[in-house]
Design a protein around this ligand. Structure first.
Ligand code: F6P
Length: 345
């Protein structure tokens, strides 16, 4: 078979590990011919393709990013984009396409497969907000990086008796904030799923500092966290082709509000793309490798329109529609039962 791969959306540690696994099994077991589209769906629209092989992926297992490049191009938002994709796949004689991406990339893959294209999906996102899989690769790495940052911020916060606001990624879901906040012993964790009340945040901090004799606090805030309606003003931002607002900035606003409500000196650290860059953890390398092997198996099973997923520790195939229909948000049990329990104590 002639099999193509692409990586779309935000990059993520483990993308190369997925493709390396696909390449090994495709070339050595199935004797496939492998190619890659450059920069996500843009490469399919513009027919920018390159040959791939086991050799192309040598040394890439520990390497972050994607050697194929990525973009947030959406063929359904580009004039003639879908027809261009169809033409490219025919012209390049592609028998199957493995799309590695998050909700947006797989949303496109799902629609194209409904139009009859031979597509299989692999779930990717540091945000871990994709449904139908318990975990996506990249999440563990992001949590590890954020936790290390929080550990470091504790000592400087204590030395200066400050409040530290740490902004982590998580546009629609607070998985990174909750996991790194629990692991790093944060005082408070604010996530998109639970709009916060700035007065409550300030009162909890005051109680902790005045009644419990603590003089330093760490607040982890997901970039998509929002105040309860009408309680705090936010600046509006640019919108991308998938309709997402470019986030980043809640941490700064929150720090200013905390300082003015409590009088405590407050600093902000925005971790940003540091959470996405660099080498994947061992866990993510293994998960990515398992996904890669399962993806090429799905191609040879002609399981078009499916996505490989992790469920109860096993790699399974699920309809892509299950993954893209709705986002996987933070389980209320872990937020209210564990994360919130430690709030401001
Ligand atoms: O891919 C997910 C993500 O890392 C989000 O957590 C974040 O909001 C977004 O990507 C940032 O996107 P960009 O790299 O386009 O700034």
């Amino acid at each position: 078979m002639r099999v193509a791969m692409l990586t779309g959306g935000g990059d993520c540690p483990g993308l190369n590990a997925v493709m390396r696994a696909v390449a090994r099994k495709a070339e050595r077991i199935f004797e496939d011919e492998l190619v890659g589209f450059q920069d996500g769906w843009r490469g399919v629209i513009e027919d920018v393709v390159r040959p791939l092989s086991v050799d192309a992926y040598r040394g890439t297992l520990p390497r972050g990013g994607t050697i194929l490049g990525s973009s947030r191009t959406n063929p359904f938002k580009v004039d003639g984009g879908v027809d261009a994709c169809k033409r490219t796949l025919e012209r390049e004689k592609i028998d199957a396409l493995i799309a590695i991406g998050g909700e947006d990339t797989l949303g496109v893959a799902h629609k194209l497969s409904e139009l009859g294209m031979h597509v299989v999906g692999v779930p990717k996102t540091i945000d871990n907000d994709l449904s139908a899989t318990e975990l996506t690769f990249g999440f563990d790495t992001a949590v590890q990086i954020a936790t290390e940052a929080i550990d470091r911020l504790h000592t400087t916060a204590e030395s200066h008796h400050r409040v530290m606001v740490v902004e982590v990624m998580g546009r629609h879901a607070g998985h990174i904030a909750v996991w790194s906040g629990i692991a790093g012993g944060a005082t408070m964790i604010l996530i998109p799923e639970e709009p916060f009340d700035i007065d409550h945040v300030a009162e909890s901090l005051k109680r902790r500092h005045e009644q419990h004799g603590r003089f330093a606090s760490i607040i982890v805030v997901a970039e998509g966290a929002t105040p309860k309606e009408g309680t705090m003003k936010l600046v509006s931002k640019e919108i991308d082709e998938f309709g997402h607002v470019r986030l980043g900035g809640i941490g700064q606003t929150l720090a200013e509000e905390i300082e003015s409500h409590t009088g405590y000196e407050t600093r902000v650290t925005i971790l940003g793309h540091v959470q996405r860059g660099g080498t994947p953890t061992a866990f993510d390398r293994v998960l990515a490798t398992r996904f890669g092997v399962a993806a090429i198996d799905a191609v040879h099973a002609e399981a078009w329109g499916t996505m490989v997923a992790l469920q109860c520790g096993k790699i399974v195939r699920v309809p892509m529609s299950d993954a893209v229909g709705r986002l996987k948000t933070v389980d209320a049990d872990i937020y209210h039962g564990v994360a919130e329990y430690f709030f401001a104590g």
